[in-house]
Design a binder for this molecule. Structure first.
Ligand SMILES: *Cc1c(COP(=O)(O)O)cnc(C)c1O
Length: 395
């Protein structure tokens, strides 16, 4: 199809030309002299993006799934108890990853339209008087449902239960889009991939490991080789890697870090908040429903939209892909056919969101959903206009 492909799934996201150009170069010698400066800038920039001074950055050629495994084999031994909360497809799979690696996982089954309840975290941990849980797994932004859990409250609950379990957080669809504070929220491991808020192609896993997690890595007995972060930490301190790094991705990553820091994290978060609110206004004005139950937990990186009872969300996604060159996310797991997802994270602006909304409306109508064409679009435009029109003077 001619024209731009609208990749509006919640990751991979659109890669800006500036990043593509930074990657378009000959493959360097990964043991050569230019690596340390490149790696040094990336690690320092990523620390700022994770909002940490005490966390150490660990890089692997992998995806978010590899980052899950790396977060677990370095902190949890086979047989260790782990607490997890099933609030969507990705939180379930993270728990499943821990189970396959031999952990004894207590996975609390919860509704797929809400966040991790901090009171529940507190109650479970307070009852664990033997302090048997070694880790708590949380997905900050659940990409299958469009719900952002309140990490500050979750950490507060762990603290008030006075429980020493490590807090391992999947920030795959949050980092670089939604405020995430590694130090302030005392996170022990945060993990992500490159293909979401970081605006890169898929291909790298990024972790941030705090001092308690690094200590745990020296003790745990999980078999590990590639994902053992000790040699990675050791080598990256000198600007190199114990494996062949994805060198061209590193050039892209440096550019992504520069772009995020030039805009400023506060600006990046505000832009995502504004674009997300525009999408939500459009969904409401179209007569459709945002899946997330609690407005305080609305995701600013994606919106999961529930279709009417007898409609098929997959048909909406198919219509967008086949006729409009628009890629939307399908409903995952138990949401298959019931919801579709609009990704609004990464390199994105207002006009791109408006085009996406126009496409979503058309795809819905093509899929047999009766909605007033243009109503969502106008609501989104009106919301975006609010920032350009000075508020009327009040007396
Ligand atoms: C995309 C995603 C993953 C999976 O990462 P892959 O890169 O596909 O392996 C994990 N967690 C969340 C929250 C995600 O959005």
């Amino acid at each position: 199809m001619p024209g731009r492909h609208f990749l509006q799934i919640p990751g991979p996201t659109n890669v800006p030309d500036r990043i593509l150009r930074a990657m378009d170069r000959p493959v360097p010698d990964h043991r050569g002299p230019e690596l340390p400066a490149l790696v040094g800038e990336i690690l320092a920039g990523l620390r700022q993006i994770f909002q940490t001074t005490r966390g150490e950055i660990v890089l692997y050629p992998a995806s978010g799934t590899g980052a899950w495994e790396a977060s677990l084999v370095n902190t949890v031994s086979p047989g260790d108890r782990v607490l997890a909360f099933n609030i969507g497809h990705f939180s379930h799979l993270y728990a499943e990853c821990a189970r396959r690696l031999g952990a004894a996982v207590d996975e609390i089954d919860l509704p797929w339209n809400d966040g991790v309840p901090s009171q529940r975290v507190h109650d479970i941990l307070a009852r664990d008087t033997g302090r048997t849980y070694k880790a708590v797994l949380v997905v900050h932004n659940e990409t299958s449902t469009g719900v952002t859990s309140d990490l500050k409250a979750i950490r507060g609950a762990m603290r008030s239960a006075d429980h020493p379990a490590l807090l391992l957080v999947d920030v795959v669809s949050a980092l670089g889009s939604i405020d995430f504070r590694f130090d302030e929220w005392e996170v022990d491991v945060a993990l992500t991939g490159t293909q979401k808020g970081l605006m890169l192609p898929p291909g790298m896993a990024i972790l941030c490991a705090g001092p308690r997690a690094i200590e745990a890595a020296a003790r745990v007995t999980a078999p590990r080789y590639f994902f053992d972060w000790r040699p990675v930490l050791e080598e990256t301190r000198r600007g190199y890697f114990p494996y062949t790094p994805a060198t061209l991705m590193l050039y892209g990553l440096r550019e992504a870090v520069r772009m995020l820091l030039e805009e400023g994290l506060a600006g990046v978060f505000a832009r995502h908040r504004r674009l997300a609110e525009g999408v939500r206004r459009a969904v409401a004005a179209s007569g459709l429903t945002v899946l997330c139950r609690d407005p305080a937990l609305y995701s600013n990186s994606l919106t999961a939209v529930v279709v009417p009872e007898h409609a098929d969300a997959d048909a909406v996604v198919r219509a967008g892909a086949q006729r409009l060159n628009l890629a939307l996310g399908t409903g995952l797991g138990r949401l298959k056919g019931k919801a579709f997802r609009i990704g609004h994270l990464g390199a994105l602006n207002e006009l791109e969101v408006l085009a996406t909304i126009a496409g979503v409306e058309m795809a819905c109508v093509m899929a047999g959903i009766r909605l007033p064409l243009g109503a969502g679009l106008a609501a989104c435009q009106r919301f975006f206009m609010e920032q350009y029109i000075p508020a009327p003077a009040t007396t």
